[in-house]
Design a protein around this ligand. Sequence first.
Ligand SMILES: CC(=O)N[C@H]1[C@@H](OP(=O)(O)OP(=O)(O)OC[C@H]2O[C@@H](n3ccc(=O)[nH]c3=O)[C@H](O)[C@@H]2O)O[C@H](CO)[C@@H](O)[C@@H]1O
Ligand SMILES: C=C(OP(=O)(O)O)C(=O)O
Length: 447
Amino acid sequence: MENVLKDEINNAKTVDPILKINGGASLMGEVEIDGAKNAALPSIVAACLSDDVVKLRNVPTELNDVKQLIKLLIDMGADVMVDENNKEVTCSGSNWHGGQLEGEVAGKIRHSLLLLGLSIAWKKDLELPMPGGCDLGNRKHDMHVDALRSFNNLVEENEGISVQYQPSMDNVTIDFYYPTFGGTLNALFAAVKKEGIHTFIHNAAKNPEVIDVIHLLNKMGAEVNWLDDETLKIVGVNKLNGVNHSVMPDRIIGATVVAATGLTGGKVIIKNFDEKLLTSEIKTWRDSGLTIEQRTNNLFIDGTNKLKATDITTKAYPGFHTDIQPLHTLLMTTAEGESKIKETILDGRFKYCYELNKMGANISVESSDFKCVNGAQGQIAKVKGVEKLSASYVKATDIRGGAAVAVAALAAEGESVITNLYQLERGYGNFVELFTELGANIKKVKE
Ligand SMILES: CC(=O)N[C@H]1[C@@H](OP(=O)(O)OP(=O)(O)OC[C@H]2O[C@@H](n3ccc(=O)[nH]c3=O)[C@H](O)[C@@H]2O)O[C@H](CO)[C@@H](O)[C@@H]1O
Ligand SMILES: C=C(OP(=O)(O)O)C(=O)O
């Protein structure tokens, strides 16, 4: 490794933890996947719609986003208790008073947006500083604002977003121009306790995490049903009850294990994992030459075949998930031929490609003639397969870009260093443990 890299590593060591990964070994063994961050966070908010106690199991309680969200909920009056050992969270929202959310915390996570719908459900006002989350381009919130206004609430945008509850007995129709994940949840939360009011959400998001949250809400006594493939109908009820609910497994971590198995040429079983969570992605990877089989409750992956180039276009569910796009790009870095990766959801999603190129990948990112959902100029990454990746000093640019470089390091011979770990760890609470179990040589160095 060049001296300049060694200097960088020494400097980084004194500031933030880093990952040191000695790559090259094929991953082998069995793993189980944690609960999904992107289902757990909205489930915690949904649970706070209840007057009684809702107990959530399989919550990735070690994740910073979970901790931050819970802090915000408690600050606004919700009763939330965490049992880190058992990965359980108990919630009740009956003491919700609303108010002004703390800027530093709310500004770190995207999910703080969902507290707007929750507060409206409790008929309380809320002031939210601009939400955070991964820097993936312009992450707009106009559909959240319009949806909340449809219920007659006063919504203002300045340095943040504020909602003021206004009573209304009118039925509500919301028509999203894109099936927004967060927007659908905010509309659901605002609607479920509007007693007697019928709300229709057209073009609602139907990704598995939203379905998991709807399942939870209906267990709590909500009346949420699909009228057709794209339209949700909610009949408001006056009270939601206490229940137990287990959060679904994280399909993006599942996809991360599949990609790591394929890239390292290993053989891995993911226990209790249903391929239906990754229908579009698994179809693509089978086309690339990866062997993936559902064996009763487990998913078996055999990565010993050489893969071939395969194009993807990211789309709303059930299309190829934008969060899994970096992992596909990574798999294609050593596949035979040239793959085209078209990102249509978030324009800022290709930052990690620069990091992968440091590891010997051959990726060029070019502007194209389409617009992303957020209105920004679209881009296509062209990936020319190379023989192998090499160890380097790389940065986790965001959660999934971070996973892509860390998995690349698992395959690259020699010692790689991953910095900016905070990003990776926003979505992966046990990255080191997960891959150590599969035989990887990986450690987190704190000092
Ligand atoms: C916590 C969580 O689950 N986050 C996921 C969620 O984020 P998030 O809830 O932010 O995603 P959305 O589905 O709302 O956004 C998708 C696209 O729509 C745009 N948009 C969204 C709302 C809006 O009011 N106006 C607007 O233009 C966004 O800028 C983005 O380009 O879906 C993203 C896209 O699948 C994933 O990358 C994130 O991991
Ligand atoms: C982008 C992600 O999360 P967030 O929306 O919380 O930034 C993610 O989970 O990959």
